[in-house]
Design a protein around this ligand. Structure first.
Ligand code: URA
Length: 262
């Protein structure tokens, strides 16, 4: 079958269901995340092979280093818009194939505080904006409690994620996915130029602090890219564990106090 993008495949499937199809027709499931990201080359046109000349050998498949490519693309981006475009063109992270939207950022670039989350969920994937689902609404309330927010009435924040594409079924991002998107995150922080970072959850701590263990890390200032960084429980965790909100409140007060000093 000719390759088809996610949305066309979904539309086709919905149409078939409307016609009464009730079973998948393939004999074997296809793991599209396991398919190669580079389409196979079309077969050579036989007419272009001149009789008598020995065909030139196919060049060996190029070895690409996804992290090095990400580093180069990120370093070449001179603005947030250019960075967004470079991420949209970056072909090596398979998560992009199942995602509806690239979720880049929200809030005000240049804000004193940059919040770094993990990865978009379903709502964010649909909206193309980070933290718009239930966890995002809680994040907004938490930030508002110390006078910060995305709207113009509050002191602005800037919000981005370690990964700009939703992992399928909201699974945890894989180490190689984090590694290849990390250069983009680092450049993102450089270009947004906050005064301090709020690092939400274990995945973000892994990417920015090189460590996991949010229960131990939270509440103590750390450093990432030369900036003060406050690790905090992720709002999705707080929704599942309301008793941890007390600790989150203490961490927010730390952030507020640090801003007061500035
Ligand atoms: N969780 C995150 O870490 N980021 C989002 O954008 C949404 C939920």
């Amino acid at each position: 079958m000719e390759s088809m993008d996610y949305h066309s495949a979904l539309a086709l499937l919905e149409w078939q269901v409307e016609l009464g199809a009730s079973e998948a027709i393939g004999d074997a499931p296809v793991d599209r995340y396991a398919l190669p990201s580079v389409q196979p080359r079309p077969a050579r046109d036989p007419a272009s092979r001149t009789a008598g000349t020995s065909a030139a050998p196919e060049p060996a498949a190029e070895l690409v280093d996804p992290v090095a490519e990400a580093r180069g693309a990120a370093a070449a981006a001179g603005s947030l818009e250019a960075l967004r475009a470079a991420m949209a063109e970056y072909p090596h992270c398979d998560l992009r194939r199942g995602a509806r939207n690239l979720v880049f950022s929200d809030g005000l670039p240049g804000a004193r505080v940059m919040v770094v989350g993990e990865a978009p969920g379903r709502e964010e994937d649909r909206a193309g904006r980070p933290f718009v689902g239930r966890a995002g609404q809680l994040l907004d309330r938490m930030l508002a409690a110390i006078g910060l927010g995305r709207s113009l009435d509050e002191a602005p924040v800037y919000i981005a994620n370690v990964l700009p594409w939703r992992p399928p079924q909201n699974r945890d991002p894989r180490p190689e996915e984090i590694a290849m998107m990390q250069p983009f995150l680092e450049r993102h922080i450089e270009l947004a130029a906050p005064e301090l970072l709020v690092v939400m959850g274990n995945i973000s701590c892994q990417a920015l602090l090189g460590r996991r263990g949010i229960t131990r890390l939270r509440g103590t200032w750390s450093e990432a890219q030369g900036l003060p960084a406050m690790p905090m429980f992720h709002p999705a965790y707080l929704l599942r564990n309301p008793s941890a909100k007390r600790a989150a409140w203490a961490d927010l007060l730390e952030v507020k106090a640090r801003l007061g000093d500035g």
